[in-house]
Design a protein around this ligand. Structure first.
Ligand code: C2E
Ligand code: MG
Ligand code: MG
Length: 623
């Protein structure tokens, strides 16, 4: 705060000084001119007054010059002579000489890059009337430059030509170092001292920009994930973990040193990023990566503990098509995850993002963008596939609501082509809410139309199920749509049910307590056993299509299906067989005591209108 206030005060004094100096010069020139004339008495008296005024002003000026921390300069453009005040000369730090009586000394003493900058700024002001306000660095003996702020204004004749220029010079080294420290902290990782994610992405964007100007420009992005770092933290504690991270950062930096255009940053807890610009050939990066791996494998000794680390590295080069920084980072992450999955062959854990992967990633990236937009615009619709009771005259008992994406206003995209992406990106949450609302509204419409017992089953994905708020969300939707919970079924796949078991069971209990029914979808594919599922508050098992498909040819599938049906009957669970396409399948299932089926044999998923018609034709309520 003090620095800022001081800054303002100095600025104020400088303005005062520049204007006082300007005024003084004006009066001085005027007096020189009047002195040469023959004057009458009254004018001589005026002159005396003026001389007194001048003396007073001179005193004031000296006071200002001495009182301010800044140096003052005054340049007579016609002679080239520059007057530097005592303070200004002190800033030069070579007392005997100061800045002399021209611009020469200061120009010579500036760090090389700033010399032209000063000349250009002076020229800009005199010729183009650009404000003169410039920071330059004065080379000092101790190697640390002094930052000077030069400001000034030219005095111009009526034709606009400058005759002199005056201004101030101040030492802003301290402010500069505070500024630099602030900038440094904003862009660096305080633990390791290397760049942070912000600096890294800035530099990445900078490199991407360069590819626009230079088509042959090659750069490489490495993302390095320390393997099992959590174990180091857990075993030795966080303070040792921090030291290990510092040591890792140092080793990576040391290894990259031979590359002129490089940037090392810590971009996540135990994730480092390396950017190498101006890559001559791909092999250089490959050997750099090998060396980094070797460097890291050398044992670390931290506080007498000896340990070793390894890292997995994802490598990306800029491709032919320009990509955004987010895309490149996500590509690096893709290849990194891929490398983590690949069994370690003892040589390298690094992997390069190659062109087939790039193509795939580009497609996925495009799909993600499109899907985001679709979620915003709610470009989805639901279809309803009838579920039929085959023990009671093939009456329809309900529907499974299945989502479709109406892409580009006409193409119908199937869920297998976008649900996985929606799950990965979390888009399934807003999408799932829309699906639930729409299905409940439809179910309510059918109930109101007289089909009191109809059930609508809605699929919930794992991601939705892990959402703490799911039960609440369902309660709200039921309230909003006024649907009786007994008309709603929730389908979760067997594998979802087996994830985060305790939390899932808890959510399922909240749902059944509300009066909802729960189905386990795709049963038989998740390798769980029925005795386990006993702990779940479920009503229905849906036998996966893969077991039904080869009935009556595949004896094994038939045996499995038979077992599932009889066990479910013993546990008082309802059974729905999925994917029933033929009469033979239907006969077998009916014989084995399966109550309900769903499949093309009866109907494909139907539009809202066709489903309503189906209800009218085949429901027991309608009969
Ligand atoms: P699922 O829940 O097992 O849904 C049954 C799938 O089997 C549906 O495919 C349905 O059209 C298909 N099917 C039904 N009968 C037959 C048949 O006789 N023969 C064949 N070959 N297929 C049949 P769909 O609609 O493509 O859905 C596929 C999967 O996508 C669903 O499997 C479900 O896991 C997921 N899904 C669909 N809609 C949603 C949704 O709204 N939310 C979530 N989270 N997932 C959904
Ligand atoms: Mg389902
Ligand atoms: Mg299923």
């Amino acid at each position: 705060m003090a620095t800022f206030l001081n800054g303002y005060l100095v600025e104020y004094l400088q303005v005062v000084t520049v204007f006082t100096l300007g005024g003084m010069l004006g009066v001085f020139v005027y007096l020189q001119w009047t002195r040469s004339e023959k004057e009458p008495l009254t004018e001589r008296l005026t002159r005396r007054n003026l001389q007194e005024d001048l003396r007073a002003s001179e005193e004031r000026l000296n006071l200002v010059i001495e009182g301010t921390n800044d140096g003052i300069w005054d340049w007579d453009i016609s002679t080239g002579k520059v007057f530097w005040s005592e303070r200004a000369n002190l800033l030069a730090s070579n007392n005997s000489l100061g800045f002399g009586d021209s611009w020469d000394i200061i120009k010579k003493r500036l760090v090389v890059e700033d010399r032209e900058k000063l000349e250009a700024a002076l020229r800009g002001h005199l010729v183009g009337d650009v404000p003169f306000h410039i920071e330059v660095r004065l080379a000092m003996l101790d190697g640390k430059p002094r930052h000077l702020l030069l400001r000034g204004k030219a005095k111009r004749a009526s034709d606009g030509k400058p005759s002199r220029m005056a201004g101030s010079v101040s030492d802003v080294t301290q402010r500069k170092s505070v500024e630099q420290e602030l900038i440094y902290n904003a862009y660096h990782d305080s633990l390791t001292g290397v760049g942070n994610r912000k600096l890294f992405t800035d530099r990445l964007k900078h490199n991407i920009d360069r590819t626009i100007r230079r088509r042959d420009y090659l750069f490489s992005l490495l993302v390095l994930d320390v393997d099992n770092f959590k174990m180091i933290n857990d075993t030795y504690g966080h303070s040792i973990g921090d030291k290990v991270l510092r040591e890792i950062a140092m080793r990576i930096e040391d290894r990259c040193h031979s590359f002129e255009d490089r940037m090392v940053a810590r971009i996540g807890g135990d994730v480092f990023g390396v950017l190498i610009g101006n890559v001559a050939k791909i092999e250089d990066i490959k050997s750099l990566v090998l060396r980094i791996e070797q460097d890291l494998s050398a044992p670390f000794v931290v506080e007498n503990f000896k340990m070793s680390v390894s890292a997995t590295i994802g490598i990306v080069f800029n491709g032919e098509k320009q990509e955004s920084s987010e895309e490149m980072l996500s590509n690096a992450d893709t290849v990194l995850q891929e490398a983590k999955r690949t069994p370690f062959d003892g040589r390298s854990r690094a992997r390069v993002f190659d062109s087939p992967m790039r193509k795939k990633a580009q497609e996925l990236y495009r799909l993600e963008q499109e899907l985001r937009l679709a979620v915003e615009n709610q470009d989805f619709f639901l279809v309803y596939q009838p579920i039929v009771n085959i023990q009671k005259g093939n009456r329809v008992v309900g529907f499974e609501a299945l989502v479709r994406w109406n892409k580009d206003q006409g193409t119908e995209v199937q869920p297998c082509d976008f649900i996985p992406m929606a799950e990965d990106t979390g888009l399934i949450l807003p999408m799932g809410k829309w699906i639930l609302e729409t299905a409940c509204r439809q179910a309510k419409a059918w109930v109101d139309a007289g089909f009191h017992d109809v059930t609508v089953a809605v699929n919930f994905s794992a991601r939705q199920f892990l959402n703490q708020d799911l039960a609440n969300q369902v309660r709200c939707v039921l309230e909003e749509t006024q649907l009786n919970p007994r008309n709603l079924k929730v389908e979760i796949t067997e594998s979802t049910a087996m994830r985060e078991i305790e939390r899932t069971i808890e959510t399922l209990h909240s749902l059944t307590n509300m009066g909802l029914q729960i189905s386990i979808d795709d049963f038989g594919t998740g390798y769980s056993n029925l005795s386990y599922l006993k702990h779940y508050p479920i009503n229905t098992l849906k036998i996966d299509r893969s077991f039904v498909k080869d009935i009556p040819d595949d004896q094994e599938d038939m045996a499995i299906t038979r077992t599932i049906i009889s066990m479910a009957n013993n546990l008082h669970l309802k059974i729905i067989a999925e994917g029933v396409e033929t009469e033979a399948q239907l006969d077998f299932l009916r014989q084995e005591g399966c109550e309900q089926v769903q499949g093309y044999y009866f109907s494909r998923p139907l539009s809202r209108e066709n489903a309503t018609q189906y209800l009218k034709d085949y429901s027991s309520d309608a009969a």
